[in-house]
Structure formats: C-alpha cells, structure tokens
Write a protein that binds this ligand. Structure first.
Ligand code: GLU
Length: 510
C-alpha cells in the first residue's frame, strides 16, 4: 500500500523566517497538496536560549500571507499534538529512557570546563568511541555512583552511543544514496537535564515518527545531521517506517558565489524576509516582501522556480498549477541563484493580470501615505487611473509616481519640460484650448480628440509643442498615458481648471 503523504515544516522560532525557509515550506506544501497528503507545522522550540518572542506569530502570518495552508499545527490542532515541542517534554522523557534502557545511549556528567580541558589536550577532540571510555559517564562510573550524582542534582546530558565501523546510508530522493562511516560521527547530546528538554535531534526524530511523517523535506544545511537521524530511527526500531529525505539545494547570492544572506539583501536592495521584521532585542527593522509591495502570488511563483522547474520553460504559474506540476524529478541538486530581478519581473507580471479594481484597492494605502484621501474619489475613478499606468510598474508603490497627478493638480512644473515646451505664445494658445474644451458637451477622448486635432491643423500649430504644453499644465511634466484619455477621466472642469492654473503659474524659461 502506498504510504499516506505527510510532510512537516519544522521551523525553530529563533527569528524571522528567512526566504530560504519559506521556499522549504512551499516545497513541502506543494508536495503534500500534489499527493493529497497533509502539511504539518511543528514548532521546534527546545533551545530556550535561542527563543525569540514574536517569531512563532511571524511564521504563522508569513505562511498565511503566502497561501501556504496548514492541516495540523499549534493553531489548527490535529491528532498528533501538541505541535509545539516545548509542550512535549513527557513524550521525549519516555523515549530518552527507552534509549538508556536499551543501551543505545548513556548519561554523561562532563562539565563544560572538563570538556574544554579535553579539547585543549587532545587535538580534534570528539566525544566518540575513541574517547568516551576516558570521560565521566555512565559507561565509566559505577552504577551507584551515577545514581548518587543524579540524586545530588548534578547536571548531566544523555548522549547517543554511536557504534564505530558501521556504514550509514542516507537515502535522499534528490541526491540518491549518500553513504558515510559511523566513525566520523560524535556521540551527540540528545537530552539535557538542566532544562529537562531534548535537543533538536531527538525531538525531531521522535516527532517525525509519532506524527507519521512520510517525507522530510528540508534545507541542505541539515544533510550532515541525516546519518545520525538514520541511526536514531534504527536505535528506536523504527527503521522500516523512517521517512524519505529530500535535502533542498541552498539559495545562493545573486552572483552565485556563496550562500544568500541578509547582508546581500541590504547591499543590493531586496528583502530576504517574507514580512517586515522588527527585532525585539535590537529594534532593527528588516524589510519584507509584503511591505515592499510584492504580491504573495508573485513571491510564491518566484520561489517555486528557485531549484525546481516544471520540465518545460513555463514561468508564470498559479499555486494550483504549481501543485499539479510539482515533483522532485525536476528539482536541481545544485544551489539556486537568488535572481531578485526576476522576482520584480514576476511582480510586474502578476500586477498586470490583476483586475484594475483590485489594484485600486491595493493602491489606496499608498495614496493615504502620500496624504491623499482615497474616499474623495470614486472607486471607478481610481481603478481607471491605475489601469492606464499599470504597464509601467513593478510594485504597487510605483503607481504613485505614475498616477499621482490624477489625484492632485501639479504644484510645480518640470523645469526641463518648461524650458523645452513653454514658448512665449503658449499662454495664449492654452487659453484658447481651454475655451474650446469648455464648449464640449461630450468630453470623451473619442469626441474631444478630433476637435482639438482640427483646431491644431487648421491653425497650422505645432502638434508636439501644443500637446506637450497641454500635458505640462495637466500632469506637471511631459509624461503619462494618452492625453485625451487622461482628460476624459479627469473631466472637463478639472482639465480646464488645470490648464488655466498652468497659464497663471508657469513662468517661461529665460
Ligand atoms: N528546526 C529545524 C529548523 O529550524 C528543522 C530542521 C528539519 O526540518 O529537520 O530548520
């Protein structure tokens, strides 16, 4: 029988979710949905020293924003909860005891100072088969002494007993079989009495087993832990139901040289976090894709293609299309360059596909930020305005640059354009133009354009100069969409008012 697909995204709440983590979550999600399986969100918070307040809420908010829905998790509940590791202490205690009872692990009392001393003494010291019998642990101390130390409250850790001379096979769906010798592994700490919590390795394995995880899909940085995980499954007697591994390639700097970092984002001007993050300790604010004006659909599409392709050169794909096409067959094993310009291109493309009404809604907060109350304009006015200029934008914010003139009359006029277009006869010509426009009962572009063209031709006026001067008074500079569509949308009163204001206020260049 085919095993039910159950995958988990298992972040540690140690700060904002990095964009690489988001891609890991996304691939888990695509794989789960593709196979009609379940997506689990598990919070791995057993390292209390690295806990950052707000990080868990941030993870939830980021995934929700991107449309990565969770089937089982802290908020969603589910049959295998709790889904937060700090709430599973009793469970881990039971499994630590099982390993100790079966001789697969042992108790070690070595203090940090003692360990440091050994490291200073023995080059490349590693706590393993070659050294463990010379350390202070339950393999070297008499049983009653071990018990006495525990009863006296001495702090200890539980270490995994790695047998030397074994070949450990990690089966990775992307990389194939990776074989290593157990001798290179150290006796990893699985549990610390100091905080009565397991370490990442133990909690991760126990939970993957209890939560019936079928595939562990995670970043390449976890590949070195995989042999230990294989041995742990075996030690528990769970080898038969151990999940398959997929270790995703790293996200690389835009130039392909090394791992993508927050500093690359700061240096080159792109976010490496899905949402803006306010560091609770330093107060530092890091940019987010959401706040930088990206649509979640664009971010999802962009990230999906960093390390995967659909088998052809299709680029623009909705979440549903990504789900139906997703498979690890077309995942790459080498790192994916973080080509953030492509991210902009995706955003541009998705913005073009949005209905103007929706774009208008997204633009309203930008208007407010620039001191314009959107409620003083009709929704259809805003929608038509943004519709006219959207071809030129990568971000919703860019709409302000392109469309501000629709919402407030120019206060200044581009010096360069004044110099070029505002010749001495312009004030008089513009007054005439205003008078002609004033007489039009139908102010649609289709009706007004021929009238003005006629006037220009029959008076042998210079088309470019007149139209640009007209534009200068209405827009404040010589750019923008088709002039008669602009005037149609603004309406007669506003258009005429702006022309006459321009005539008063534009001072011809010397
Ligand atoms: N808690 C680990 C992390 O923060 C999970 C790694 C894994 O998926 O096994 O990424």
């Amino acid at each position: 029988m085919e095993r039910e697909v159950r995958v988990r995204f298992a972040p540690s709440p140690t700060g904002p979710l990095h964009i690489g983590g988001v891609r890991t979550a996304l691939y888990n999600y695509l794989f789960a949905r593709k196979h009609g399986g379940k997506m689990i969100l598990r919070i791995e918070d057993t390292d209390s020293r690295r806990f950052v307040p707000g990080a868990e809420a941030y993870i939830n908010e980021a995934l929700a924003w991107l449309g990565i829905t969770i089937d089982e998790g802290v908020r969603e509940g589910g049959p295998y909860g709790p889904y937060k590791q700090s709430e599973r202490r009793d469970i881990y205690r039971h499994y630590v005891k099982q390993l100790l009872d079966n001789g697969k692990a042992y108790i070690a009392f070595d203090t940090p100072a003692e360990l440091d001393a050994r490291r200073a003494e023995v080059p490349n010291f590693q706590y393993d088969a070659s050294t463990r019998m010379s350390m202070r642990n339950s393999l070297t101390l008499p049983a009653d002494e071990v018990q006495r130390l525990i009863d006296a409250g001495e702090q200890y850790v539980v270490r995994f007993l790695v047998e030397p001379g074994r070949l450990v096979e990690v089966n990775d769906l992307l990389r194939g079989k990776v074989t290593i010798k157990s001798d290179i592994l150290d006796d990893k700490v699985l549990y610390k009495s100091a905080d009565d919590l397991p370490t990442y390795h133990l909690a991760n394995i126990v939970d993957d087993h209890l939560m019936k995880i079928s595939h562990v899909i995670r970043g390449e940085e976890w590949l070195p832990s995989a042999p230990l995980h294989v041995l742990l499954y075996e030690a528990f007697g769970w080898a038969d139901t151990a999940p398959d591994f997929v270790h995703l390639p790293l996200l690389l700097k835009p130039d392909g040289k090394g791992k993508l970092s927050k500093r690359d984002g700061d240096r080159l001007g792109f976010p490496v976090f899905p949402l803006e993050w306010h560091d609770p300790a330093s107060g530092e604010v890091s940019r987010g894709y959401r706040e930088s004006g990206y649509l979640p659909e664009a971010v999802v599409n962009f990230l999906a293609l960093l390390g995967w392709n659909p088998g052809d050169d299709t680029e623009v794909m909705s979440m549903d299309e990504l789900i139906s096409k997703f498979s690890f067959d077309h995942c790459s094993r080498s790192g994916a360059r973080f080509a953030f310009d492509k991210g902009k291109w995706f955003n541009h493309t998705y913005l073009q596909a949005l209905p103007d009404e929706r774009l208008a809604e997204l633009f309203k907060p930008v208007m407010r930020a620039h001191g314009v109350d959107p409620d003083t304009f009709s929704d259809s006015y805003i929608a038509r305005a943004v519709g006219m200029v959207k071809g030129r934008i990568n971000f919703v914010e860019d709409l302000w640059d392109q469309a501000a003139f629709f919402f407030r009359a120019p206060e200044e006029y581009s010096e360069k354009d004044v110099r070029k277009r505002w010749s001495p006869e312009m004030p008089e010509l513009m007054r005439t133009l205003a008078a002609i426009l004033e007489q039009q009962s139908d102010f649609s572009a289709a009706a007004v354009e021929p009238v003005i063209m006629d006037w220009i031709k029959s008076n042998s006026l210079h088309m470019g100069n007149v139209m640009n001067a007209f534009r200068l008074t209405v827009v404040g500079e010589c750019k923008g969409p088709h002039m008669f569509e602009v005037s149609e949308l603004m309406g007669k009163d506003e258009t005429v008012r702006r022309i006459l204001a321009g005539v008063e206020r534009i001072k011809p260049a010397e």
